[in-house]
Design a protein around this ligand. Sequence first.
Ligand SMILES: *[C@@H]1O[C@H](CO)[C@@H](O)[C@H](O)[C@H]1NC(C)=O
Ligand SMILES: *[C@@H]1O[C@H](CO)[C@@H](O)[C@H](O)[C@H]1NC(C)=O
Ligand SMILES: *[C@@H]1O[C@H](CO)[C@@H](O)[C@H](O)[C@H]1NC(C)=O
Ligand SMILES: *[C@@H]1O[C@H](CO)[C@@H](O)[C@H](O)[C@H]1NC(C)=O
Ligand SMILES: *[C@@H]1O[C@H](CO)[C@@H](O)[C@H](O)[C@H]1NC(C)=O
Ligand SMILES: [Zn+2]
Length: 534
Amino acid sequence: MRCPPLLLTLVLALATYTAATIEEKDYWMNLGRSHLEHVLSKQPNTNLAKNVILFVGDGMGLATVTAARIFKGQQQGMEGAEKGSLVWETFPDVGLVKTYNVDKQVPDSAGTGTAIFTGVKTNMGVVGVDARVPKGKCDATQVKKASLDSIMQWAQASGKLTGFVTTTRVTHATPSSTYARSPHREWECNAKIPIGATNCVKDIARQLIEDEPGRNLRVIFGGGLSPMGVANYTGPDEEVCKRTDGRNLADEWVRDKESAGVRATFVRNNGELARVTPGEHDAVMGLFATNHMEYDAERDQGPEGSPSLLNMTTTAMRLLQKGPNGFLLMVEGGLIDQAHHQNYARLALMETVGMEATVQAVLEMTSREDTLVIVTADHSHTMTMNGYPARGNDILGMAHNSTKKQLFETLTYANGPGHYDHLNNATDRSSVYLDPSQMANRSDIHYRHFAPIGIKSETHGGEDIAVYAIGPFSHLFNGVHEQNYIAHAISCAGQFGPNADMCKSTKSAASGFGSKAHPIAIMLIFTFVRITLL
Ligand SMILES: *[C@@H]1O[C@H](CO)[C@@H](O)[C@H](O)[C@H]1NC(C)=O
Ligand SMILES: *[C@@H]1O[C@H](CO)[C@@H](O)[C@H](O)[C@H]1NC(C)=O
Ligand SMILES: *[C@@H]1O[C@H](CO)[C@@H](O)[C@H](O)[C@H]1NC(C)=O
Ligand SMILES: *[C@@H]1O[C@H](CO)[C@@H](O)[C@H](O)[C@H]1NC(C)=O
Ligand SMILES: *[C@@H]1O[C@H](CO)[C@@H](O)[C@H](O)[C@H]1NC(C)=O
Ligand SMILES: [Zn+2]
């Protein structure tokens, strides 16, 4: 991508904004024209993507992206924050992604993660195996036949360093889809594998440290001390897997690396993470919570506390940038999804903005010439942005001002636990629901937005999500794609894995013989066919 330099763009944009006010037609005519010039100036970048960084905002549907854009602007005191953008919204290429699983209209993170990382769509709830394996059904022969290789494996085979960073447990659905094969996403530790299936597959945590490609990962950052057998469960929220075999997989991982001459270390908190240096360490496992990590807004930032997604990612980058053949890093903003499941709209937006800061940091540490950065989601949620709130209205506020109509919030969920918080339980009640504008704890991060259907955990949404890309071959993301296409595009751009050769010849073809060959070849074939037919 060779766009006009950022400064020039800013100056142009500034000139545009000062020339006319938003009410005047000139404002919009100038804005439209300058964006058109920007789009016309785009050139495809056909360099080799030596490095690939893939961000997955778990559950980051389009309503979340739009709301986070406005939320971020409003937090910064920006006037008319609707016109702002998150950093990935300035990327040159964008596509839409169909997220359905082979067996479900609305997907889960295991099925979608498998599609993104292996190039094969599968069933909901299974990890790293194709849809011949029904969820929870363990037939050793079938699982073996259905096993998939991931982009991590493809990258490792071509000599790249690999790793992942997540804010969930390292054995949770999204990260495990990069390295594991299991008929059930919840078989994270030995205790969760049902009797009868124990001889069929290893638990996901063991696969991470014993099998390919997990054991070759150079960076593993996230939560999950419990499934890895490091400590007792004390963490928040979701049920967690507790090992019963007495194994400490983090210790075993370090010993396995060291016996292979790889300088490895295991870290548990900010203080220990800060002591990691690329000069002294080649492989680092960081487990910063028993279960999932804490929301960025709630974590202890001190030396005993846990790092932000940004800190984990920049540390990971420094370790992976050592490799002469480039690297592949997957970064998951995993708590966007966790927050939505609780109808915590504010937290979901905060986590999205936290991931944006991480994307920004990654862009600053890399070059557009050799690094492909992709930002996508695995699936959406049921949060919708609705009503006709005034421009500049608090994105977390009410959708209208009228005293004559029932009040509701701009960000409303279709279902979830927020339903119960909004019930009017008074015996002499005049309405089914409480007035949301009068709820005292609206600004609390644990305030639940309204949902008309009450269920314990809000569900995912099934509409398309977006994929944004910048760097070599970012133009492969353009149009409406099946989700499994993402792995194929990465393979092409990075020239590793099954499509390693498909992006190779493009550069010479565009400038030399290739571009003329097509019309000539087509003419020859056409002539040949005509002669044959006559
Ligand atoms: C778990 O907690 C129990 C009781 O507090 C303790 O006896 C045991 O040593 C702990 N196990 C680990 C692995 O920390
Ligand atoms: C995390 O990031 C902050 C801000 O960039 C920095 O001050 C801090 O030292 C980092 N902590 C670690 C453990 O890297
Ligand atoms: C309600 O009116 C106030 C004052 O005009 C305005 O600031 C606010 O954004 C309006 N809210 C909605 C939801 O339109
Ligand atoms: C109303 O009652 C339901 C059912 O007992 C409960 O779950 C909910 O929390 C209550 N809501 C409020 C706002 O008190
Ligand atoms: C917010 O208020 C509602 C109703 O008043 C209550 O049910 C809920 O527990 C409160 N939430 C928090 C986080 O305090
Ligand atoms: Zn989810």
